[in-house]
Design a protein around this ligand. Structure first.
Ligand code: ZN
Length: 171
């Protein structure tokens, strides 16, 4: 069973909020290149689902173990991670149109066959929150490992992200 897919038919009909926990294998890899929840890894999702009449609001937290490599010393990393999302799924066309006009946002995800799929929300969240260059927690165990041949010393220390370089003078 896909732990990202939640049944909401009953919730929409009853109008009562529900809190559900689902566990199962990740249907695909979730995260950037160096560290991610691997496909098939066990994940747990705690979801608070609130009916909004023509929509469902999902407030959910995913717990999983990441697999990756330190970008400096290539030690295997397997930290635990919690990712939280908050997403509204439209249950009717009216809701989609009204909401889109108001918020000028991307299209809302929709309720399909009385279910909502939180996967895309978590893929987005993982892309935003997981590190692109993960490193060992508390520094690399082997100290400063020499860079592989052919790499200059510019990666030593904490390189300044070029996006923020121009901001440094303001800090
Ligand atoms: Zn390391």
């Amino acid at each position: 069973m896909n732990p990202f897919v939640f049944e909401v038919g009953q919730l929409l009909r009853s109008g009562m909020p529900e809190t559900l926990t689902q566990e199962g294998p990740a249907p695909q890899r979730i995260g950037p290149a160096m560290i991610a929840i691997p496909e098939g890894a066990e994940v747990r999702i705690d979801a608070a689902l609130t009916p909004l009449g023509e929509a469902v609001m999902a407030d959910a937290t995913l717990h999983a173990t990441l697999q990756g490599q330190c970008s400096r010393c290539l030690t295997a990393l397997s930290p635990e991670v919690d990712l939280s999302i908050n997403e509204v799924f439209a249950a009717s066309e009216d809701f989609i149109q009204g909401e889109a006009a108001e918020e000028d946002e991307d299209e809302l995800p929709v309720v399909v066959n009385d279910t909502i799929d939180l996967l895309q929300s978590f893929l987005d969240e993982a892309g935003l929150n997981l590190p692109f260059n993960p490193v060992c927690e508390g520094g690399c165990e082997h100290g400063d490992v020499p860079e592989p041949d052919g790499v200059s010393g510019e990666t030593q220390g904490q390189p300044t992200d070029p996006r923020w370089a121009g901001l440094e003078k303001f800090l």
